[in-house]
Design a binder for this molecule. Structure first.
Ligand SMILES: [Zn+2]
Ligand SMILES: [Zn+2]
Length: 282
């Protein structure tokens, strides 16, 4: 199951002044501005630049009760948290456009943060989270880690063309990142990330061809790839046949649990950064 918050309503006094603030000052994208004449309103949606799912509905107050909430949607607590990949770029740009910061920038364990007011007085965090903070948040976001009675995660993976796929039940035994040259060749990337599952927890469908790779310690590993598109969907080390490894990318799930260990770092590309709390194996 996958859900997301599609829209959050921000109560505004006037559509155009709100659009001017979010689009012209904050650089948000105007996703939709549609008249709904029968209800005498407009459907106005804005989204932070580069964001995929986070969208704000700029909703004009249409009663005295709603008007009283303009700018005070959370009674003085920070209302919305705007994450960025470059705090100082945005902080300077916002100040240059007259955005008022009510708390100065601070470096916290979880990132660099400052608090600004929107045009009505709602408080916003501008936050550049640290990589470690993001990794932990994502790990906590996996629904299966919440205490849900009897909920066992089932994650589906498949090749580029969809012919070869699998479903893995339960949490992975281990997620690792490998920098070795063989994994770089196999994945076509600068490193490989893979998750191990107990073999009996993995149901495979479709046809695969195998490539057997012999490691420098003499052990071999069977890589199963789609004969149509070439994607490796799983592999099995001969030394641990009761385990199936799945390249994390074939799950196409940015919320997948992060790696706990990093292997063969002597071959790591110098620019590759790793979460601070990761384990290291040579
Ligand atoms: Zn395929
Ligand atoms: Zn490797």
């Amino acid at each position: 199951m996958r859900q997301s918050l599609g829209l959050v309503s921000l109560v505004v006094r006037d559509y155009d002044e709100a659009i001017a603030f979010f689009v012209d000052r904050l650089g948000f994208r105007l996703v939709e501005d549609t008249c709904v004449p029968e209800q005498d309103k407009r459907w106005v949606v804005v989204s932070p630049p580069g964001a995929v799912e986070s969208r704000l509905l700029l909703a004009r107050a249409s009663s005295p009760g709603q008007a009283a909430r303009i700018g005070a949607q959370t009674g003085g607590r920070v209302f919305l948290f705007l994450h960025t990949d470059d705090f100082w770029r945005d902080y300077e740009a916002y100040r240059a456009k007259g955005v008022v910061f009510v708390r100065e920038p601070k470096t916290e364990t979880y990132g660099t943060v400052a608090v600004f007011r929107d045009l009505y007085g709602n408080l916003w965090d501008l936050l550049q989270p640290t990589a470690g903070y993001l990794a932990r948040r994502h790990a906590e976001d996996i629904p299966s880690k919440r205490p849900q009675a009897g909920a066992v995660p089932r994650r589906a993976a498949e090749c580029s063309c969809g012919q070869l796929g699998l479903v893995a039940e339960g949490e992975p035994l281990r997620v690792s990142i490998c920098h070795c040259l063989a994994c770089q060749r196999r994945s076509g990337s600068a490193f490989a990330v893979q998750a191990r599952f107990p073999a009996q927890a993995v149901a495979i469908r479709g046809r695969s061809h195998q490539y057997v790779r012999t490691g420098d310690e003499g052990g071999s590993c069977r890589f199963h790839f789609c004969p149509e598109c070439g994607t490796t969907v799983y592999f099995v080390p001969d030394s641990i046949p009761d385990v199936v490894s799945v390249p994390v990318g074939v799950f196409a799930d940015p919320g997948f649990p992060p790696p706990q260990v990093s292997v063969y770092e002597v071959r790591r590309h110098a620019w590759v950064g790793l979460p601070g709390d990761i384990g290291h194996i040579d």
